[in-house]
Design a protein around this ligand. Structure first.
Ligand code: BG6
Length: 468
């Protein structure tokens, strides 16, 4: 657990993310003994409310979304650390009072950690307020995604942040990088001699990063209409996962060494070709409350991208994600090249030669290959070798993505946070698509998106084997 006393301020404390992930995650960290021995958590939002009202909101959030019930001594102790201080663009006095009270209660000079779980438009005013009021002193800041909406806004946001914070105090969060099974990509690739030698263009024909979701926009119309699936998922989560899949071995796992390597991957990505992108919108989206009747916002996106370097030149990476699709999955598939000579009669439909990394925590890894069917003839069938966490490890101490990353931010470890240069490069890569987006194609809820998604990946096929 972090040793420094902490005052954690959660901006956006009454919002969807705070209720679903952050408050339950902080309580889980507290229960696991992973919060500092002395801490206070202050909720902040624009609306006025009392400490007790905020404690009730937190309790309801943990009851609805948390792993553990908000009861007993553990809850009472956690709840007693909670308070609330409103902050609006013109009045941050209640928040200042709450911080002063929390710091007085802890004594000494606790470290401040600000988590900006607010819409992108609120980042700059909130940071300005932290600077003007002096709250930024001795502080670290966690900034949510999407970090900007394009290159110019990301640069401006980085400038705003750097006017007040040193880069070592800045934690740009992408909770996919906190997932156990995404982190495990580094172990799989760089701790074993088994996979890395074939992890390149000589042996891999294509890569899929596939994150279909079954949920719609869940009442988040205001956020989603401004953001869309590309900014919500691709330029953030899927590109970051791609960075881990494609990076060269870093010289160490230290934050800058690791991020140097993902940034190099992003630098090697040519700007997106809009003719190799499919944008979709589920039927019924325009009827959702808060959505414009003529909305062109995409709820689905698939793209073919490349990484033009020695390891990956010529290997397409296919990315797909969307709302209201047939299944909720998070998976990476590496398709391996066929052997030079086919000695075996084979049903072309038998899936084989694929390594699948499912990263929907707890996740699993499966190698799909061909094997001889037992019997007198040389007939082949599809076979699978599977890794499941629970078979090899005790998973009791597993943390959710957000939990792991909030813990790392308190420890000052930036390894799993994104860096200014990497993010700016990703917006640069995205520019042709943002400037000239193809029209949205409708798709039926529960389907796999627009039909043209299959043409995008041809001659390959989207491959999503069932959970083992
Ligand atoms: C969030 C997106 O960052 O990630 C959501 O804003 C998406 O739209 C979510 O549903 C998916 O992440 P997870 O970890 O909840 O599956």
């Amino acid at each position: 657990a972090p040793g420094d006393d902490h005052v954690i301020v959660l901006f956006g404390a009454t919002g969807d993310l705070a209720r679903r992930e952050l408050i339950p995650g902080l309580f889980h960290l507290a229960k696991a003994g992973l919060l500092p021995p002395r801490y206070r958590i202050i909720g902040s939002a624009r609306s006025t409310r009392t400490d007790d009202e905020f404690r009730q909101l937190a309790k309801d959030a943990v009851a609805e979304f948390g792993l553990a019930e908000p009861t007993g001594e553990a809850w009472d102790e956690f709840a007693s650390s909670l308070s609330y201080g409103a902050a609006t663009p013109t009045d941050s006095q209640p928040l200042l009072d709450a911080v002063a009270a929390a710091e007085k209660a802890l004594g000494g000079h606790p470290r401040r950690l600000f988590h900006l779980a607010v819409p992108p438009a609120a980042f700059t005013p909130t940071i300005g307020m932290l600077a003007d009021t002096g709250l930024a002193r001795n502080a670290r800041i966690i900034v949510e995604k999407p970090f900007g909406t394009d290159l110019a806004s990301a640069r401006a946001l980085n400038d705003t942040i750097h006017a007040t914070f040193d880069e070592s105090q800045v934690f740009r969060i992408d909770h996919f990088l906190g997932k156990e099974s995404v982190d495990n990509i580094l172990a799989l690739r760089f701790a074993n001699g088994l996979f890395e030698p074939i992890w390149n263009r000589d042996h891999i024909s294509h890569v899929q990063i596939d994150v279909p979701e079954t949920i719609g926009i869940e009442g988040r119309a205001a956020f989603f209409e401004q953001t869309g699936a590309f900014r919500d998922m691709i330029v953030t989560h899927l590109f970051q996962v791609l960075g881990f899949v494609a990076m060269e071995p870093p010289t160490s796992l230290a934050a800058n060494q690791l991020r140097d390597e993902t940034t190099k991957v992003f630098e090697a990505m040519p700007p997106l070709d809009p003719t190799r992108v499919v944008r979709g919108q589920y039927r019924g989206y325009r009827d959702e409350p808060g959505v414009d009747a003529g909305s062109q916002t995409e709820t689905f996106i698939a793209a073919r991208v490349e990484v033009d370097n020695w390891r990956w030149s010529g290997v397409p990476f296919y990315l797909r994600t969307g709302k209201s699709l047939g299944q909720k999955r998070q998976a990476i598939t590496l398709g391996f090249t066929e052997p030079p000579l086919r000695m075996f009669a084979l049903d072309a439909a038998t899936p084989n030669n694929q390594l699948v990394i499912d990263f929907d925590d707890p996740g699993w890894i499966a190698a799909h290959f061909l094997a001889k069917e037992p019997g007198a003839t040389m007939r082949l069938g599809g076979a699978t070798m599977t890794f499941r966490y629970a078979d090899s490890f005790c998973t009791r101490h597993a943390l959710a993505g957000y939990e792991r990353l909030i813990l790392d931010a308190m420890l000052g470890d930036q390894s799993l946070f994104t860096r200014a240069d990497g993010i700016e490069r990703l917006w640069e890569v995205s520019a042709p698509l943002l400037d000239d987006p193809p029209p949205v194609e409708p798709y039926s809820p529960g389907s796999w998106g627009p039909d043209s998604t299959d043409r995008l990946i041809s001659p390959h096929h989207w491959y999503l084997p069932d959970n083992p």
